[in-house]
Design a protein around this ligand. Structure first.
Ligand SMILES: Nc1ncnc2c1ncn2[C@@H]1O[C@H](COP(=O)(O)OP(=O)(O)O)[C@@H](O)[C@H]1O
Ligand SMILES: [Mg+2]
Length: 251
């Protein structure tokens, strides 16, 4: 398993938001975490990415315990998350938004000396090349010089994805990637996510839109009221009576 979260507990002012939740992400797979609003999805997501600390339980990534590691260290190791609400730099061009996102900027780490200046230029060239590749992949290349604030809501989501890809994630985490975008853009985003998965990256997608993720996920966890109600292949989870009763309001 690339990532394992075991027996995760989290309470906010006396209310148990996560009740001994365990999930595991297989390398190269797309895992969906679904459940109604307030189920605790974002809390679990933030515990995995390191933005929130669990009260107890353990998070293990690539053979190493990371339960208490801060988010920026996890990002360096390849755990990268995108945000529910895109947070691009509106005044910067699309391309510069990607360059700002790139990690390990030598020019910032070693600001002096001829050698480091040369190294910084080389790093910038590599980053720019990477950025072009990502923008092309996501269909944003033609917009590279426009200010990010002029993009549509859907394009901003794609830009957010592009910025995340600049960090060369091994585990890419997305919290409601389809929220607030038209259906057609949502379809496009899903296709890109499948392509990213096919490139060997591991994905964790949080969604309350069950149908959408069912089509792309290899494995699904259903979280209801802080508890894992079911997990399995999409087709199995869809047939699960408890899931239908609690989540779909059917049965
Ligand atoms: N920082 C916080 N302080 C207090 N309560 C919180 C906080 N974050 C989340 N909660 C509560 O935890 C529960 C789960 O929230 P969340 O993880 O955002 O669910 P989901 O993402 O599934 O909609 C909700 O009842 C929410 O109000
Ligand atoms: Mg949420």
């Amino acid at each position: 398993m690339l990532l394992e979260a075991r027996d995760i507990e989290k309470s906010y002012v006396g209310s148990r938001v996560l009740k001994s939740v365990s999930v595991a992400l297989k390398p190269g797979s797309i895992t969906a975490l679904i459940g109604p609003n307030g189920a605790g999805k974002t809390t679990l997501f933030d515990i995995i990415s390191g933005f929130v600390q669990a009260d107890s339980g353990m998070v293990r990534y690539s053979g190493e315990e990371i339960t208490r590691k801060p988010a920026f260290l996890r990002a360096r190791r390849g755990i990268v998350k995108t945000f529910q609400i895109p947070h691009e730099f509106g005044g910067l061009s699309v391309l510069d938004n990607l360059l700002v996102a790139s990690s390990d900027q030598i020019g910032e780490r070693f600001p002096v000396g001829l050698w480091s200046r040369r190294a910084a230029r080389e790093q910038e060239r590599v980053n720019t090349e990477t950025a072009y590749g990502i923008l092309e992949f996501l269909g944003l290349l033609a917009s590279r010089e426009v200010k990010a604030e002029t993009l549509s809501a859907g394009e901003k989501k794609l830009l957010e994805l592009a910025r995340a890809l600049m960090l060369a994630p091994r585990l890419l985490m997305l919290d409601e990637p389809l929220a607030g975008v038209p259906v057609s853009v949502g379809e496009q985003i899903l296709e890109h996510l499948v392509d990213i998965g096919a490139q060997g990256k591991t994905l964790l997608i949080v969604e309350h839109n069950l149908e959408a993720v069912m089509r792309v996920a290899d494995w699904v966890y259903v979280l209801v009221d802080g508890e894992l109600l079911a997990s399995g292949r999409p087709s199995d989870v869809q047939c699960n009576e408890r899931v239908q009763a609690a989540y779909l309001g059917k049965a």
